[in-house]
Design a protein around this ligand. Structure first.
Ligand code: G6Q
Length: 538
């Protein structure tokens, strides 16, 4: 890896720091056109950023010096780029819509298996949607409960909400993730056992939260329907672990497989999307995959300086490592995208939240940002104040759709007006002179002045559809990939998640033991003792 590559970021900073966004627009009236591009149904306007052509060129050099093109090819062609887990990274194969495509892992073409599972999911979804699949007592399925956590939950939840207009409204969907019994209990209060299908979604089929919830749901079902035989009619599994699935009591005929080369947070287009396919139907699901694929193709083939995920990645690096911005904000102006920021949070923070480079040395730069966000316009009435006038620099992505699925009067015009106006206010601010010209009393001028020069991207599509949603997810996946390549970190492992899991086992043993071991640190021992006393085990 070329360590001198960071000099390109210095070059970009020199160019970037020369003029404010306002000055850049004054200098070049065609700026908006120049710093915009289209891909896979999305339009990106990145003109309200602190960049000119020079800065962008230097940033693209940073990507080139990181061998980005070669790294992209390694991912798409199944090289084992997830080195610490010795795995290929092939979520792109899941949505490869080319009927002749072949993608090899260890000399085996994975595409026939990908297509076979998709067909199996399609047949199953059809049978649930059409009422052919019946529960133990012969009733049709009305409630679908996905039990999974992390990558086996966040994608299905996000997409189920995002594609609500495409869902079969007579079916009700629930997602149970938390090992907090309230999550399962409240869900079970809303469903009827004889009409409920549980999808146990777990790549490993060993995750504590998911297996505990699945076992509790199984006991509840058996209790309600009075027979163990009911399990086969009300439980299916999405997993890579056939043995564990069979041990749970699920017929492996009703297991939908995927592979170790699908990372949890990248698994929405795998069988993990089964609940979504049941909700929106197989043809809409195919459109979702097509959207992903279009963005995949764009990412793989477009030159770096016209490549949407690459440009967004480079701008992110400019602000984090050039300007020291530690956070990044995603602001969808579409209620259906309300869980998109949470979904992105896992995608980005679990992928690039790493402190050592590929050689195992501590990194000397910031890696993945702290991601957060809320749908607009709600955020405008809470945290936007800090983005406008606070001391932190917070680059933001604004996401909007030209058409709404729910036209009511002029509400959508108002929503979009707010989106555009926010990016305007952040970029151009308001000077003291402008305040005075408006008659703002002198003592209030400092408070009503907006510095501006706050960078934003605006992403627009015609309408939120399965296809545009797929493309949007792929856009961010590849942005995160690009940043990981430039940061020189392994983006596809998540060792940081493991430690807490292991320690929780030791703590649990102490919570339920006859006698507390006192083998932990002073604070943890005290907390355990307090808990034990409160629940009568003291
Ligand atoms: C995602 C992570 C993590 C994972 C969950 C659930 O990339 O690996 O969020 O998805 O821990 O794992 P299982 O699907 O194995 O239950």
């Amino acid at each position: 890896m070329n360590n001198d590559k960071w000099a390109y970021l210095d070059d970009a900073m020199v160019a970037s720091g020369k003029k404010t966004i306002k000055e850049l627009f004054a200098e070049n009236p065609n700026r908006a056109k120049k710093f915009s591009l289209e891909a896979a149904g999305w339009f990106l306007d990145y003109s309200k950023n602190r960049v000119d052509s020079k800065a962008m060129k230097a940033l693209v050099k940073l990507a080139e010096a990181s061998n980005l093109k070669a790294e992209i090819e390694k991912m798409f062609t199944g090289e084992k780029i997830n080195v610490t887990e010795n795995r290929a990274v092939l979520h792109t194969a899941l949505r490869n819509c080319d009927p002749d495509a072949k993608v090899f892992v260890d000399g085996k073409d994975v595409m026939p298996d990908v297509r076979a599972v998709l067909a199996q999911m399609g047949d199953f979804s059809d049978s649930v949607r059409k009422g052919v699949w019946r529960g133990f007592t012969g009733k049709k399925i009305k409630y679908v409960v996905n039990i999974g956590i992390g990558g086996s939950d966040l994608g299905p939840v996000m997409a189920n909400i995002a594609l609500t207009p495409y869902t079969k409204r007579s079916l009700k969907f629930f997602f149970v993730s938390n090992v907090d019994s309230t999550h399962l209990a409240e869900t079970l209060r809303s469903v009827k056992a004889a009409e409920t299908l549980f999808i146990v979604a777990s790549k490993t089929f060993t995750t504590q939260e998911t297996m505990s919830n699945a076992e509790a749901a199984r006991e509840w079902l058996i209790g309600k329907l009075g027979s163990k035989d009911a399990v086969a009619k009300h439980f299916v599994a999405v997993s890579t672990a056939a043995k564990e699935v069979a041990e749970f009591g699920i017929d492996t005929k009703n297991m939908f497989g995927f592979w170790d080369w699908v990372g949890g947070r990248y698994s929405l287009p795998s069988a993990i999307g089964l609940s979504l396919m049941i909700a929106i139907g197989r043809s809409n699901y195919a459109k979702l995959l097509k959207g992903y694929w279009k963005m995949d193709e764009h990412f793989r083939t477009a030159p770096l300086d016209k490549n949407m995920p690459v440009i967004m990645a480079l701008l992110g690096i400019l602000y984090s490592n050039g300007y020291g911005a530690e956070t990044y904000c995603c602001l969808p102006y579409d209620q259906y995208l309300s869980r998109f920021p949470a979904y992105l949070q896992q995608m980005d923070m679990e992928s690039n939240g790493k402190g050592v480079d590929k050689a195992g040395n501590p990194v000397e730069h910031l890696t993945g940002p702290i991601e957060w966000g809320e749908p607009g316009t709600n955020g405008q009435h809470s945290f936007y104040q800090l983005i406008h006038q606070g001391t932190h620099l917070i680059p933001c992505d604004f996401i909007g759709c030209a058409k709404t699925h729910n036209p009511i009067g002029d509400l959508h015009d108002k929503l979009m007006a707010n989106l555009f106006a926010q990016t305007q206010a952040l970029a151009f601010g308001k000077t003291a002179e402008e305040c005075r010209a408006e008659g703002v009393p002198e003592n209030l001028v400092p408070f009503k002045t907006f510095e501006g020069n706050r960078p934003t991207n605006t992403l627009l599509c015609k309408e939120l559809t399965p296809e545009t949603l797929g493309a949007l997810v792929a856009l961010y996946e590849h942005k995160v990939f690009t940043q990981g390549v430039i940061y020189d970190v392994y983006s596809f492992d998540q060792w940081g998640v493991q430690l807490g899991k292991v320690l929780a086992k030791g703590v649990l043993a102490d919570l339920v033991a006859d006698k507390q071991s006192m083998k932990h640190d002073g604070s943890t021992n005290q907390l355990i003792a307090r808990y034990r006393k409160a629940v009568g085990r003291g």
